[in-house]
Design a protein around this ligand. Structure first.
Ligand code: ZN
Length: 62
């Protein structure tokens, strides 16, 4: 069996509803957290998740 793990929210550290496998690769994936309702862009490779920071991202006002 290929191991899977939950992706944790980088903002509040809670489990999201996204699972990644060992061979899952995510690039600029908008990870939505149901707990804090925030979306974070992440990359994932080899079950390591890193947060994507867009240097030229415009400030979003909602
Ligand atoms: Zn969160």
């Amino acid at each position: 069996m290929i191991s899977q793990q939950w992706v944790m929210c980088p903002v509040c550290d809670n489990k999201t509803r996204i699972k990644i496998r060992k061979d899952t690769e995510l690039i600029n994936f908008p990870l939505y957290c149901p707990k804090c309702r925030k979306e974070s862009l992440i990359n994932a490779k080899n079950q390591k998740v890193s947060i994507v920071k867009e240097p030229d991202a415009k400030t979003q006002s909602r």
